[in-house]
Write a protein that binds this ligand. Structure first.
Ligand code: HEM
Length: 367
């Protein structure tokens, strides 16, 4: 699907497939003809797992209102602080171990970062001396939940046993939400939700959603960006000028596009790039292909107005956690690039049966 094939085509079993950036953006901004509720959209999946209230929250006026109240949940500033509070020690440990001459598995460190962050966001309140395994279990649960969507490229209708399995995971991971919502400090996600007038039901839905949206995606992007910087031999400029880290993050996200396909349901007949799409058909937007049109990972590449930041979607559903993801990746790039000398990759293993192409392991050491 990632191969260029013209702006739009129809694929048996899948429906419409589009890969051209302007067209993808047009679909994501056209809320009169496309929705993520209904077969083909991620809202359809969530409605089956979380319940019918998702319909109200995921599109239309209810969604617009929730996004308005959620506007300041994740800003650049509070996201950097959140990542530091939840996972600062993991990053510091990566730098210290590399500097001491140890080998470090960046993919494992990335999973730990995300597990710690999710535990913080979900108000899990694990004891301060909890072992890494407790946080890695949070990551693994998020990964299992995302995997339930693995086979949904052809249909977002889930079989009953998958719905039950997903509900179990959601129940256990969001069990701490009501208590944390009641008394969490305003610098936590659930505390901020409460103060922003987001109801407990909405906050619980949001918590499940960000677990799925922000688990594998962020971990994959962290390790793959570290590998890309190494493989394209662009460590030196970064080490000389840490001001280039945001460029490395943007290029890492563009080239890896951790959410490589976005689905939408066609809610009304519409003509797109000369083709007639009918109500109740579905369309897959291959953002991976659109983002990679510009070429290989290059720190010197300026912002591309065609793709802008399609890796985070566009329009009303633009990723709510984008500042968090950027902060997580930036801190990992900083952790490996400030350890004293350039790093080299000792070994890499590829994750299997995962939703998003990821490293199972990425072992690095200083040269
Ligand atoms: C590299 C990491 C990430 C990538 C590539 C990514 C990508 C995306 C994309 C493409 C969408 C739009 C989906 C659609 O239109 O159907 C989205 C939505 C969303 N993302 Fe992210 N995401 C990432 C990390 C995160 C993180 C860390 C969080 C939370 C802490 C998060 C929370 C959300 C939420 C809540 C939505 C739904 C927004 C809505 O429907 O209004 N994401 N993400």
């Amino acid at each position: 699907m990632a191969r260029p094939f013209g702006p739009i085509r129809r694929v048996p079993r899948l429906g419409w497939v589009a890969s051209e950036p302007t067209l993808i953006r047009a679909v994501l901004n056209d809320h009169e003809h496309f929705t993520l509720l209904g077969e083909g959209g991620v809202g359809h999946l969530w409605e089956q797992i979380l319940g019918p209230y998702v319909t109200r929250l995921f599109d239309g006026a209810g969604h617009a209102d929730l996004r308005r109240r959620a506007r300041d949940l994740f800003t650049e500033q509070n996201s950097a602080a959140l990542v530091e509070r939840a996972a600062g020690p993991v990053y510091a440990d990566v730098t210290a171990r590399l500097a001491a001459g140890d080998q470090v598995d960046v993919a494992a460190a990335a999973r730990l970062v995300v597990g710690r962050l999710m535990a913080d966001l979900l108000g899990l309140r694990l004891p301060p001396d909890s072992p890494d395994s407790a946080y890695l279990e949070t990551f693994a649960a998020g990964e299992r939940l995302a995997a339930l969507a693995l086979d949904t490229t052809a249909s977002t209708e889930l079989p009953p046993e998958r719905i039950e399995a997903a509900k179990d995971i959601v129940r256990s991971l969001t069990s701490g939400v009501p208590a944390a919502y009641a008394d969490a400090a305003p610098d936590t996600l659930l505390g901020r939700c409460r103060e922003a007038g987001i109801t407990l039901e909405e906050a619980s839905g949001l918590a499940s959603l960000l677990l799925v949206a922000g688990t594998e995606t962020a971990a994959s992007a962290m390790a793959r960006t570290v590998a890309l910087i190494h493989d394209t031999e662009q460590q030196e400029p970064l080490r000389a000028d840490p001001g280039l880290i945001p460029d490395a993050v943007r290029e890492g996200l563009r080239v890896t596009t951790p959410a490589p396909v976005i689905g939408r349901h066609v809610s009304a007949d519409v003509t797109l790039a000369g083709r007639r799409l009918r109500k109740d058909e579905r369309i897959l937007l291959v953002t991976y292909a659109a983002d990679n049109l510009a070429g290989a990972f290059d720190l010197a590449r300026p912002y591309d107005p065609r793709s802008r930041q399609l890796w985070f979607g566009a329009g009303r559903h633009l990723c709510l956690g984008a500042p968090v993801a950027r902060a997580e990746i930036a801190r990992m790039v900083e952790a490996v690039c400030t350890a004293g000398r350039p790093y080299r990759i000792v070994s890499r293993g590829y994750a299997r049966k995962v939703m998003i192409p990821s490293y199972a392991s990425l072992v690095v050491e200083l040269r």
